[in-house]
Design a protein around this ligand. Structure first.
Ligand code: SME
Length: 160
């Protein structure tokens, strides 16, 4: 049994340090990408408060396909450039969206979502997946969340 849990009341940098350490530990020596994404989706949901969806979309044949996640069933395929995820994948850049209703083309997989953070995972410069976090709170994510998830994405690049 794995016992990873956030420390209550931690500032975000410490929370993300612990999350990344847990992800490093749980994916160590495991070559299966699906298993590693599944455990990391579970860690994201466990460590980060006020989320209604946390998981992965993978780049497959030039488009995004749903990967392991925690949350409600979600749309399966997203074309590059579409929605927040497709924009992050097409540009290769983090998308921090304080109000999804104000994002042109936002794809509403869960009507409860109000803000979103999507971070590309790159290997050798190419986007191989995105990490997608949704929250029912407006402006749930800030630059510290983006930095924390970008650190996780960099560390996962050769483990998924
Ligand atoms: N809202 C995303 C779609 C994925 S769900 O949030 C899980 C988007 O606009 O790309």
């Amino acid at each position: 049994m794995f016992q990873f849990a956030p420390v209550a009341g931690q500032p975000k940098p410490a929370l993300y340090r612990d999350l990344v350490e847990a992800a490093l530990s749980i994916t160590a020596d495991e070559p299966d990408a699906v298993a590693n994404m599944a455990n990391c989706a579970a860690l994201l949901a466990e460590f980060l408060p006020a989320l209604n969806w946390a998981g992965f979309y993978r780049m497959v044949d030039g488009g995004l396909v749903l990967g392991p996640f925690a949350g409600k069933p979600a749309c399966i395929r997203i074309a590059l450039g579409r929605g927040v995820c497709g924009t992050a994948a097409a540009l290769g850049e983090t998308q921090l969206v304080p109000d999804v209703h104000a994002f042109p083309g936002h794809i509403a997989c869960d009507a409860a979502s109000r803000s979103e953070l999507v971070v590309p995972v790159k290997r050798s410069g190419a986007v191989i997946a995105v990490i997608d976090l949704d929250s029912p709170l407006l402006a749930r994510f800030d630059a510290e969340d983006a930095t924390g998830i970008e650190t996780l994405a960099a560390m996962l690049a050769d483990r998924i």
